[in-house]
Design a protein around this ligand. Structure first.
Ligand code: DQA
Length: 150
């Protein structure tokens, strides 16, 4: 993982390991590995190493966040359905002390009402949603712009 300027942690929550076959009409046909490859290429183009993790387990996700502060310049997070209820993840993100960009492949605000609340948004510097795989690319770019203000 190149670390010319720093490292970025890209985290994926529950069911995102199923991308490629999971509801392709909503999430597209690209796999998680495809999205990670694009995020990695984007980070490297901008001078940052990317490390990515996926978990279906909330405790494991909180562990990734708690351990991120000492190693990573920031976090790009697609929390999946944790987005809508996991206040313990909110608290972990609030404590970690590095900027967080919330990303979603779909646009939760345009979907079922229970997806309209995000417990991640209040502790993120911003949210990118609805651009499919571009959301990860834009998320990495947005984080780097935040880290390197013009
Ligand atoms: C998602 C949106 C969430 O509502 C959903 O639970 C997911 C994926 C997205 O990337 O669009 O698992 O985070």
């Amino acid at each position: 993982m190149p670390t010319t300027k720093g490292r970025i942690l890209v985290l994926h929550g529950p069911n995102l390991n199923l991308l490629g076959t999971r509801e392709p009409s909503v999430y597209g046909t690209a796999t998680l590995a495809d999205h990670v490859a694009r995020a990695t290429a984007t980070g490297e183009r901008l001078g940052y190493g990317i490390h990515s993790e996926q978990t279906n387990d909330l405790t494991t996700m909180i562990g990734f966040v708690q351990n991120a502060g000492s190693t990573y310049a920031g976090i790009v997070l697609n929390a999946g359905a944790f987005t809508h209820f996991a206040w313990s993840l909110h608290d972990a993100l609030k404590s970690v002390g590095v900027p967080v960009v919330e990303v979603h492949l779909s646009n939760p605000a345009a979907r079922e009402p229970w997806r309209h609340e995000s417990v991640i948004a209040p502790v993120a510097i911003g949210t990118i949603a609805g651009f499919g795989g571009e959301s990860y690319v834009l998320g990495v770019e947005a984080l780097v712009r935040h880290l390197e203000p013009a």
